[in-house]
Design a binder for this molecule. Structure first.
Ligand code: SF4
Length: 682
C-alpha cells in the first residue's frame, strides 16, 4: 500500500517539513513541494533534506541486539539483552550506588525519547544525565539565561526578513542551515538589509557580508568587548531601551572601559576601524537579527563571549519586539528535544533548576524520590569513568568516541566501564560497547520535535524499522521494567508520553497529541493551553527578578590554547553542508558522500608557500594531543596564521579537554595550537 507520510527533516534545527512516499513501509521517494505557509521551509529543501532517507536503507543498519562475549559481538534476543543490561546495572548500583551510572540523551532523538531517558536515570537515583548540547550551545545558554532570564530564541524566522541589519557571529547558515539562509537571510538582504559576519573563514555566508571581521579563533571576545566599548563610549546605544528595560548599565560600561578597538586589533588581528564600523552599523542601522553558533560557543571563553554578545543585543534594543531575532540556530537536529525535558545534570524538565521546590514537584508527579545532588556534566562523566568512579553508561544515539575533546582519552574511559549503546549504526563508540541495542531511525518512529524557533511539531512513522530495531523510548521502557521501576513507565504509545510531558512542563501544556497530530504546522511554545502559542518572547518584560534584562559586566579571558614557537598556527574546525555531526548517517547517504567525500585542511596561500605546501598535497596536522594526515586546500578564504578542517571526519582528538569554560563547562573545541608539515610519500 502506498502512503504519503509527513515527517520533519532530521538533519538540522530548522525543522523543514517533507513527506516520505513509502510502499508497505519501504521508502520510495520524498516529496517537498507542499507549501504549508507556516512551516519553516515553504517547499524548499537543502542537499541533506533531499538525501533524507538514504541512510535508513544502508546495509550497515543494526538489526539485532548484540552482546560482546570473549571480545566478539553475538546476536541475542531482546529479552536476553535487556535482562543482561538490567543485571549489570543492578550490580553496579548495589556495589557502588546509583551515581556510578550515567545516561546520555541525544539531539538526534525525539522529545519523548529524551524525556523517558532522563526519567529513568532519576528513577534509578542519579542525575548523571547529559547530552551533547553541553558541547554545542551551553555557553550561549548560560549567557542568555543570565542576561534575559531565559536562553530561548525570541522571534519567528519571519522577523529575520523584517530586519535591517544582520549580525552573524561564528556561524555559517548558508551551509549549516541552508534553507533558513535562502528563505529568510537572503530575502532580508534583497530587502536592503546590511550584513556583518564574524568568522576567521570567508564562508559562503561571509561572501554576502558588507563587513567581514576575521578574528583569530577564540579571540571573538576581544571584538565583542571592543564593540561594546565603542557603542557605549560614543553613546550610540538605545537609551530608551536601556533606561526602561535593563539594569546595571553603569557596571557594564565600567567593565569595558579598557577594551578599545585598538586593543582588540592587537589581540584578534581585526583592524580597529572595521570593528568601529561594525559597531556603528549594529547600533544605528535599525532593527537587527543577531545570531551566533559554535564559533562563539565552543571555546573555553565561550560564555564570556556569549555574555558580551547578549549585552550587545540588549544595549542596542534588539530584543523584545517585532522585526528582530536573536539566538543560536544549531546544526544539530533537535537540541531542544533534550534540553527542554531536562537531559541535564542540574536541570529537571522545563527546563527548571534542580532545587528543593522542583525536586518536590517532580517527586510528587512521578511517584518516586528524585535525587537532589546535581550529577556530573558531560566531560566529567568520562573523567569519572577513566578514574573508575562511573562504572556503567547508557548511550542513546551519541558518538562520544569521536565527538568529545581529546577523544583518545574518552576511548580509555569507555574501555573501563560497562557500556550500553542504542544506535542505528555501528560507530566509533559501539566498538567499546558491551551491549548494542538496534534503534529505529527518525523516520521509523512517531515523535515530537521542537525546532530552534520554538515550533513544536510532530514527525510520523513513515518507514518500517529494519530487523528488530525499536524506538528508543520502547527500549528504555523495557529496561525500566526489568530494573524494577516499570510502574513509573506505564506508557503504551508515544502519545502517552507526550500527555505526561503536557502535565510536567507548563510551557508545553497545550502541545497535546491531539493538537500536533491534526495540525502539521504545530505551535510555538510556550503554549499554556491548546488554543494559545507564543511566537515572540519578552514583549512586555524578561523572566528575571526585576522583569528587566540584567546587563552583566564582562572581561577578557584567553582561549584555551594559543600558538607558540613549537605549534605556530591556530587550528579550528567547521561544518559542511553535506554532512551531519560525526557522519554516522550522512556518510552512509550515497549522494552526500559522493559530493563531499573526504576531509581536507584549509590553509592560507602565504602560510602554504612558507611551508612548501601546494594545493592537493598530503599534509600532517599535529597538536599536543595527536596528529592526522589530510589533503591541503590552499585558499585565501582563510586568514593567514589559521588552518581549518571540517570536523565530521574526527578532529576532536586533537582538541583540548583540560581547558574548560568556567561557567558552561564547554571544552576548548575550536581554537588549538598546531603545526603543519608536508607529508613525504616514500
Ligand atoms: Fe533539513 Fe536543515 Fe536542510 Fe531543512 S535546512 S532540509 S531541516 S538539513
Amino acid at each position: 500500500m502506498e502512503e504519503l507520510v509527513p515527517v520533519v527533516c532530521p538533519w538540522c534545527s530548522v525543522g523543514c517539513r517533507l513527506y516520505i512516499v513509502s510502499v508497505n513501509g519501504h521508502p520510495r521517494k520524498i516529496e517537498w513541494d507542499y507549501d504549508h505557509p507556516n512551516t519553516p521551509n515553504r517547499g524548499k529543501l537543502c542537499p541533506k533534506g533531499v538525501a533524507s532517507y538514504q541512510f535508513t536503507i544502508s546495509p550497515d543498519r543494526l538489526k539485532k541486539p548484540l552482546i560482546k562475549r570473549n571480545g566478539k559481538f553475538e546476536e541475542v534476543s531482546w529479552e536476553e539483552a535487556i535482562r543482561y543490561v538490567a543485571q549489570k546495572f543492578k550490580e553496579i548500583i548495589e556495589e557502588n550506588g546509583p551515581e556510578a551510572l550515567a545516561f546520555l540523551g541525544s539531539e538526534r532523538c525525539s522529545l519523548e525519547d529524551n524525556y523517558v531517558l532522563q526519567k529513568l536515570a532519576r528513577a534509578l537515583g542519579t542525575n548523571n544525565v547529559e547530552f551533547a548540547g553541553r558541547l554545542c550551545q551551553s555557553s550561549n545558554f548560560v549567557a542568555r539565561s543570565k542576561v534575559f532570564g531565559s536562553p530561548a530564541q525570541t522571534n519567528p524566522f519571519d522577523d529575520i526578513v523584517k530586519s535591517k541589519v544582520i549580525l552573524v557571529w561564528g556561524y555559517n547558515p548558508a551551509e549549516t542551515n541552508p534553507v533558513l539562509f535562502g528563505q529568510y537571510f537572503e530575502k532580508a538582504l534583497d530587502n536592503g538589509a546590511k550584513m556583518i559576519v564574524v568568522d576567521p573563514i570567508k564562508t559562503k555566508t561571509a561572501k554576502f557580508a558588507d563587513i567581514h571581521l576575521q578574528p583569530y579563533p577564540g579571540t571573538d571576545l576581544a571584538v565583542a568587548l571592543a564593540m561594546l566599548n565603542h557603542i557605549i563610549k560614543n553613546e550610540l546605544y538605545d537609551k530608551k531601551f536601556v533606561e526602561e528595560r535593563t539594569d546595571n548599565f553603569e557596571e557594564l560600561a565600567k567593565s569595558v572601559e579598557e577594551y578599545t578597538p585598538e586593543w582588540a586589533e592587537k589581540v584578534s588581528g581585526v583592524p580597529a576601524e572595521m570593528i568601529k564600523r561594525a559597531a556603528e552599523l549594529l547600533a544605528t542601522g535599525g532593527n537587527a537579527t543577531i545570531v551566533l553558533n559554535e564559533g562563539v560557543n565552543q571555546h573555553a571563553n565561550g560564555t564570556m563571549t556569549a555574555l558580551a554578545i547578549a549585552n550587545l543585543i540588549a544595549i542596542t534594543g534588539n530584543i523584545g519586539k517585532e522585526g528582530v531575532f536573536s539566538g543560536v540556530i544549531p546544526g544539530a537536529h533537535c537540541g531542544l528535544c533534550a534540553a527542554v525535558p531536562g537531559v541535564n545534570c542540574a536541570q529537571l524538565p522545563g527546563p527548571v533548576p534542580l532545587n528543593e521546590e522542583n525536586v518536590k514537584k517532580f517527586s510528587e508527579l512521578w511517584g518516586f524520590e528524585v535525587p537532589r545532588e546535581p550529577g556530573l556534566h558531560y566531560q566529567a562523566i568520562f573523567k569519572a569513568m577513566a578514574e573508575g568512579k562511573v562504572k556503567g553508561i547508557f548511550i542513546m544515539g551519541q558518538n562520544p568516541a569521536r565527538s568529545l575533546a581529546n577523544s583518545s582519552l574518552i576511548e580509555e574511559a569507555l574501555e573501563k566501564a560497562f557500556v550500553v549503546v542504542s544506535d542505528i549504526f555501528p560507530t566509533e563508540t559501539t566498538k567499546f560497547a558491551d551491549v548494542i541495542l538496534p534503534a529505529a531511525s527518525w523516520y521509523e518512529k512517531t515523535g515530537t520535535v521542537i525546532t530552534q524557533n520554538r515550533r513544536v511539531m510532530r514527525s510520523f512513522r513513515a518507514i518500517k524499522p529494519p530487523g528488530e530495531a525499536k524506538p528508543d523510548w520502547e527500549i528504555l521502557v523495557m529496561l525500566a521494567r526489568e530494573l524494577g521501576v516499570g510502574e513509573y513507565f506505564n506508557y503504551s504509545s508515544v502519545d502517552d508520553i507526550l500527555r505526561e510531558i503536557n502535565r510536567a512542563i507548563p510551557a508545553l501544556k497545550g502541545a497535546t497529541p491531539e493538537r500536533l497530530n491534526s495540525n502539521l504546522e504545530g505551535c510555538f511554545y510556550p503554549c499554556p493551553d491548546e488554543e494559545s502559542e507564543t511566537p515572540r518572547l519578552f514583549l512586555k518584560g524578561f523572566p528575571t527578578k526585576t522583569g528587566r534584562a540584567q546587563l552583566t559586566p564582562v572581561k577578557w579571558v584567553q582561549p584555551g590554547e594559543v600558538p607558540d614557537e613549537e605549534y605556530p598556527l591556530w587550528l579550528t574546525n567547521f561544518r559542511q553542508v553535506g554532512h551531519f555531526h560525526t557522519g554516522t548517517m550522512s556518510m552512509r547517504s550515497k549522494s552526500l558522500i559522493k559530493r563531499w567525500p573526504e576531509s581536507f585542511l584549509m590553509i592560507n596561500s602565504e602560510d602554504a608557500k612558507a611551508l612548501g605546501i601546494r594545493d592537493g598535497d598530503r599534509v600532517r596536522v599535529e597538536t599536543r594531543r595527536g596528529s592526522l594526515v589530510v589533503r591541503a586546500m590552499v585558499t585565501d578564504r582563510i586568514r593567514k596564521g589559521v588552518v581549518a578542517m571540517p570536523w565530521h571526519w574526527g578532529v576532536n582528538f586533537l582538541t583540548k579537554d583540560d581547558a574548560i569554560d568556567e561557567f558552561s563547562k564547554m571544552p576548548e573545541l575550536k581554537a588549538v595550537a598546531c603545526r603543519v608539515t608536508k607529508e613525504v610519500v616514500e
